[in-house]
Design a protein around this ligand. Structure first.
Ligand SMILES: Cc1cc2nc3c(=O)[nH]c(=O)nc-3n(C[C@H](O)[C@H](O)[C@H](O)COP(=O)(O)O)c2cc1C
Length: 190
C-alpha cells in the first residue's frame, strides 16, 4: 500500500516546482468554546512524525491549540490541481527544534517575532514601529535569540486525504487513516 507521507512528499515536491507558495496551508483550530477558526501558516518541516509550523504562543491559534490540541491542515496546489487534508493531534516542538529554525530566519523576521504581540489589539502602527525600534536597540549587532513566546507546533496526522480533480466532477478522493503505525486506505465518494 502507498505510504501517505511519501505520497505527500511527492506532491509537495511537484508543487514546489510549479506553485508560487507551495508551503502555504490553512490551519484550522477549535477554541475552548468550540468555535472554529482558520488561517494560513507556512509548513516548515514534514516527516513521518508530522507537519510543523511556527507561531506566537500568545496568538489566537496558539491559545486555541493549548485549550484543544487538535488541528486540521489543508493545502491546495492549483498548478497540479491537488488538495491534501490532514487532521491530527498537535504537540509542541522541542525548544531545540524551534531554536534551530528561528536561527535560519532573516534578522527582520527575528525582530518582528519579538515585536509582535500577535492577535492582540494594536492601538496604532506607531506603537508597533516603536516596539521594533526598541528591539533593534536591545539586540544591537548581536544575535537575536528566539523569544520565549514564539515556537512551533507539530500536527501528528491521524488522517490524510488526497483529492484529485476529475473533469466530469467525479473527483478522486483517497483517505488514509492511521491506527498506531498502520495506515488503512479508503476511497471516498466525491
Ligand atoms: C501565506 C501566509 C503564510 C503565513 N504564515 C504564517 C506562519 O507560518 N505563522 C504565523 O504565525 N502566521 C502566519 N501567517 C499569518 C496568519 O495567517 C495569521 O494572520 C496570524 O498568524 C494570526 O492568526 P491568529 O490570530 O488566528 O493566531 C501567514 C499568512 C499567510 C497569508
Amino acid at each position: 500500500m502507498p505510504d501517505p507521507i511519501e505520497m505527500f512528499l511527492g506532491l509537495y515536491q511537484q508543487a514546489t516546482r510549479s506553485c508560487p507558495e507551495p508551503d502555504a496551508m490553512v490551519l484550522s483550530t477549535v477554541d475552548a468554546d468550540g468555535r472554529p477558526s482558520g488561517r494560513y501558516v507556512l509548513l516548515k518541516g514534514v516527516d513521518r512524525h508530522g507537519f510543523v509550523f511556527y507561531t506566537n504562543l500568545g496568538s489566537r491559534k496558539a491559545r486555541a491549540l493549548m485549550a484543544n490540541p487538535y488541528a486540521a491542515l489543508c493545502f491546495y496546489w492549483p498548478s497540479i490541481d491537488k488538495q491534501v487534508r490532514i487532521e491530527g493531534a498537535v504537540e509542541p516542538t522541542s525548544n531545540a527544534e524551534a531554536d534551530s529554525y528561528f536561527a535560519t530566519r532573516s534578522r527582520e523576521s527575528q525582530i518582528g517575532a519579538w515585536a509582535s504581540d500577535q492577535s492582540a489589539v494594536l492601538e496604532s502602527s506607531t506603537v508597533l514601529d516603536e516596539r521594533v525600534a526598541a528591539i533593534r536597540e536591545r539586540f544591537g549587532d548581536g544575535a537575536v535569540s528566539r523569544p520565549p513566546f514564539w515556537s512551533g507546533f507539530r500536527v501528528v496526522p491521524t488522517s490524510i486525504e488526497f483529492w484529485t480533480r476529475d473533469p466530469a466532477r467525479l473527483h478522486h478522493r483517497e483517505r488514509f487513516d492511521r491506527t498506531g503505525e498502520q495506515w488503512t486506505r479508503s476511497l471516498l465518494y466525491p
